[in-house]
Design a protein. Structure first.
Length: 148
């Protein structure tokens, strides 16, 4: 802000206002850098998973299958065999990193390949022995996580 001096009419600059402006500039610069770094990290993870998807789809699924990205906050991945679609969360990929995104991708592809498994008495198994074996074969953990 600009204020007039008590004894003269020349304006004087308020140092606190200048300091506030400098703080705002520094904060904006920091935010832009953090945003750019997060954006770069997001792109790196997403691009790597897209490349992995192409390789895995070629090995395990037909060309009709699609990988769709969303921004879910609670569900990392989902497989819809009827639509031949695997959905993954970009937001969670950035939050948990590449290794977790890879594990989720292989998890969902295993669902797409195996389909539904049933016990001898007819109960549905979402993560049965065939699914677990294939998930490990693809380089996944073979584990079911709480991410979905």
């Amino acid at each position: 802000t600009i204020s007039l001096g008590e004894n003269d009419e020349k304006p004087k600059f308020d140092k606190t206002a200048k300091q506030q402006q400098e703080s705002r500039v520094a904060w904006n610069t920091k935010c832009k850098c953090e945003f750019n770094e997060e954006f770069k990290q997001k792109n790196d993870i997403v691009e790597r998973i897209k490349a992995d998807w192409e390789d895995l789809r070629e090995l395990f699924l037909d060309d009709a299958w699609k990988l769709v990205w969303g921004n879910a906050k609670k569900c990392f991945g989902a497989c819809c065999p009827e639509r031949k679609t695997i959905r993954m969360s970009e937001w969670l990929a950035v939050k948990f990193g590449y290794d977790e995104a890879w594990d989720t991708l292989t998890h969902e592809i295993a669902h797409g390949v195996i389909g539904e498994e049933f016990t001898k008495d007819g109960r549905r198994l979402n993560h049965g022995p065939k699914w677990k074996e294939l998930h490990k074969l693809m380089g996944g953990s073979g584990k079911v996580t709480a991410k979905c």
